[in-house]
Design a protein around this ligand. Structure first.
Ligand SMILES: CC(C)(COP(=O)(O)OP(=O)(O)OC[C@H]1O[C@@H](n2cnc3c(N)ncnc32)[C@H](O)[C@@H]1OP(=O)(O)O)[C@@H](O)C(=O)NCCC(=O)NCCS
Length: 200
């Protein structure tokens, strides 16, 4: 627990279906992240602000991914959502996402998970919330059983992510969480770096 945040919690958006308020809060948080830090993400505010409620709803309803939220209690006693990360399990991944790993022969021995949409509100950065969110995601991946995971459990569970080379904060966070740079796997943009961590 970050020491200087007295009223703070981290939780996953559960429930099938997710509640209307969770969908509303999440869409606001995600749109804010895209607006505040456009250079950190592959998607854009302009693209996602056009999403219907149904798209946001589906985004939070898949059994093959988990979204975590960091919230703080504000002066009025309300819980304010200030951070998020999503972990995608193998069944959630598009073939085109996995293909560069297959082409590089990098994932034969892996059950490949992805970490995406990582963000902490600027007012709350540097307090350990990012590390807590990543730790929660790693823990979920470690315990998750995906239909595409190796049933014998012989493959190693690995979480991959893309980070922009100029993203000092993101790289510092992931390095602290023991992610290592992965070379030899292509990315769409040469400014994107692959990082992976084993979480079996
Ligand atoms: C990257 C981000 C999530 C970090 O969140 P955070 O809550 O500030 O991270 P933490 O407080 O848990 O810090 C994690 C570690 O990284 C270090 N760190 C974080 N930001 C840093 C920065 N800008 N420069 C240097 N180190 C930094 C911290 O010092 C800490 O190290 P420590 O354990 O030695 O103290 C946040 O800056 C952010 O949302 N950035 C914009 C969006 C983004 O880049 N997302 C990632 C896309 S791949």
């Amino acid at each position: 627990m970050p020491s200087d945040l007295l009223e703070h919690k981290i939780f996953s958006i559960d429930g099938t279906p997710p509640s209307d308020s969770a969908v509303e809060n999440y869409s606001k948080l995600r749109l804010l992240s895209l607006k505040v830090d456009p250079a950190s993400f592959g998607s854009t505010y302009e693209r996602e602000v056009a999403f219907s409620k149904d798209i946001w709803f589906k985004r939070l309803s898949s059994p093959f991914k988990q979204t975590f939220i960091s919230s703080v209690r504000d002066d009025d006693g309300n819980d304010r959502w200030v951070g998020t990360v999503t972990i995608l399990a193998p069944s959630e991944l598009l073939p085109s996402t996995v293909e560069p790993f297959q082409r590089a022969g990098a994932a034969e021995d892996w059950d490949l998970y992805f970490l995406v949409a990582m963000w902490v509100h600027p007012e709350y950065r540097g307090k350990g919330l990012g590390k807590e969110l990543v730790a929660a995601g790693l823990e979920w991946a470690r315990n998750n059983r995906d239909p595409k995971d190796d049933p014998q459990g012989n493959r190693e569970k690995v979480i991959a992510l893309l980070v922009r080379d100029h993203n000092i904060g993101g790289r510092a966070l992931y390095e602290k969480m023991k992610f290592e740079y992965l070379v030899g796997v292509a990315s769409d943009d040469e400014k994107d770096l692959w990082m992976t961590v084993k979480c079996s």
